[in-house]
Ligand binder design. Structure first.
Ligand code: C2O
Length: 550
């Protein structure tokens, strides 16, 4: 294993998209940001220097951070932000993961422009459990706003309404030819007939799950969230914000210069105004011989894929049901078989009373909120992990996060009269090594909606999912405890539930939240506090000396 050192200077840069130029926060002036490369087992050392006017913190999404909780990054959870002029070195090891993860800012909405891939190769000499691709290409989906995203979210939180929807989706920062004034900003992938390409897909969009398809080509899914799966082929896949997936694309015999659109478009079954535009990139067959053939091909139409309807929840359910851990001797599925603690969490929207009567844009003049078990999480003003380590929880957090909803009702039936949720900074405390089963139930309080739930510090097994209300008597009998998919972000089905299992073997404070940024801003988040174990290698080490202070 090696130590890989990176220098990340957080700085402003001018970027032009859709014929408008704005100043955005970047790493090293790059948008999207630079790629981190590692092999499984390597140590990472990322020096972040904040030369922007914003408070910043960076998160290494999906990296387990075993015993390195101080490097996890969510602001006010594991660290205070890096203030303008400040710096912090994130030190962690990549353990038991190989595939694609990503890094992003974890404060306010800065991740709209501050993100990049983490490419993790297997250890030297260890092959992929599938034929080696000829080339590997990260493909990051994002969103572009004409306006400044910090202003967008500030306005939304003030009025208690939904934020302005984005103006475009992007592939590697490029909106592509289906938007006005954007043809020059198109992601192009040149391929050769007969070669295989591994696309490292990352959904870095702020608020949208996406369908993705490449015209006339199938995609073979081999990995999700940096964990191998049993390969399966699809025309279209679904990827939620926070999720990553490696897929193989076999270039076929094609005429030189043939072109195919690769397209992504949102999946949502929410009522209301949503951006239903399409980002397109172009898959282009190389023409080694002459440029005249290319010129001829340039006049031919570009083949376009057919994507599912925007609200095709069944497509999403069928797709996710096909995901299975590889579960071989080399890559076993270690699903916890006996469970110490069971939790039932509702995830969904709710409301807060409007501070100034009648000026808020939520239902009946209320303010939109979001909650887990009716608790809308409030970020403290100091980092939870620091308070925990110092044994000073007083006034920072309480350990009484409810194990079941505070307001029980028929989750998928008629909404209750009172949609108010309560504020709190509550966590669940778990002894080291606890095996946890968690059922996440979508509520229909303000309409059924899919929520991509992300857990920091762990991978979990998705042992079951279904529509309607979770049935504690009959549904567990159908759980897959043999080869369920293992991941770090799972979509709670719209109007349904999902059950996950994990072992709390990583001491620290671990955020869990909806990876739709607007829901996270409204409070759809909570934290698990995993206590130290008794052995030396089961204890959270003391904080690094350069840990930013509030
Ligand atoms: Cu990708 Cu808490 O985030």
């Amino acid at each position: 294993a090696e130590t890989r050192k990176y220098q990340f200077n957080v700085q402003m840069a001018s970027v032009t998209r859709l014929c408008g130029t704005k100043s955005i926060v970047t790493v090293n002036g790059q948008y999207p940001g630079p790629t981190l490369f590692a092999r499984e087992g390597d140590h990472m050392e990322v020096t972040v220097v904040n030369r922007s006017p914003y408070n910043v913190s960076l998160h290494w999404h999906g990296v387990r951070q075993l015993l390195s909780g101080w490097a996890d990054g969510p602001a006010y959870i594991t660290q205070c932000p890096i203030q303008p002029g400040g710096s912090y070195v994130y030190r962690y090891q990549i353990v038991g993961q190989r595939g694609t993860l990503w890094w992003h800012a974890h404060i306010s909405w800065l991740r709209s422009t501050l993100y990049g891939p983490i490419v993790i190769l297997p250890p030297a000499g260890v092959p992929y459990p599938f034929p080696k691709p000829d080339e590997e290409v990260p493909l990051m989906f994002g969103e572009w706003w004409r306006n400044d995203t910090e202003a967008v979210i500030a306005q939304a939180l003030q009025t208690g309404g939904g934020p302005n929807i984005s103006d475009a989706y992007t592939i590697n920062g490029l909106p592509g030819p289906l938007y006005n004034c954007s043809a020059q900003d198109t992601f192009r992938l040149k391929v050769k007939p007969g070669k295989t390409y591994m696309l490292r897909l990352i959904n870095a969009a702020l608020n949208d799950e996406l369908f993705f398809s490449v015209a006339n080509h199938t995609l073979t899914v081999v990995d999700v969230d940096a964990l191998y799966v049993k390969p399966f082929a699809v025309d279209t896949l679904v990827i939620a914000p926070g999720q990553t997936s490696n897929v193989l694309l076999a270039a076929k015999p094609a005429f030189p210069g043939a072109r195919y659109y690769m397209e992504a478009r949102p999946y949502t079954n929410t009522q209301g105004t949503f951006d239903n535009t399409t980002v397109a990139g172009i898959l282009e067959y190389e023409d080694p011989s002459s440029s005249s053939a290319t010129t001829a091909a340039a006049n031919l139409p570009i083949f376009a894929p057919t994507l599912p309807q925007i609200n095709d929840t069944n497509f999403v359910a069928n797709y996710t049901a096909r995901l299975r851990s590889l579960a071989t001797a080399a890559y076993p599925a270690a699903v916890p078989q006996s469970i110490d603690r069971r939790f039932f969490f509702t995830v969904g929207l709710g409301t807060h009373p409007c501070a100034v009567n009648g000026t808020c844009q939520g239902p009946n003049g209320s303010r939109f909120a979001a909650a887990v078990n009716n608790v809308s999480f409030v970020l403290p003003t100091t980092a939870l992990l620091q308070a925990h380590f110092a044994g000073r929880s007083n006034g920072v957090y309480t350990t009484d996060f409810p194990a079941v909803p505070l307001m029980p009702f028929n989750y998928t039936g008629p909404p209750p009269n009172n949609t108010n949720v309560m504020n709190g900074t509550r966590v669940v405390a778990l002894p080291f090594g606890t095996t946890v089963e968690l059922v996440l139930q979508d509520t229909s309080i303000l309409g059924a909606e899919s929520h991509p739930l992300h857990l920091h510090g762990f991978n979990f097994y998705v042992v079951g999912q279904g529509f309607g209300n979770f049935d504690p008597v009959n549904d567990p009998a159908k759980f897959n405890l043999v080869d369920p998919v293992e991941r770090n972000t799972v979509g709670v089905p719209a109007g349904g539930w999902v059950a996950i299992r994990f072992r709390a073997d990583n001491p620290g404070v671990w955020f869990m939240h909806c990876h739709l940024e607007v829901h996270m801003s409204w409070g759809l988040k909570m934290a698990w506090l995993v206590q130290d174990g008794s052995l030396p290698n089961q204890k959270l080490p003391p904080p690094p000396s350069d840990l930013p202070q509030c």
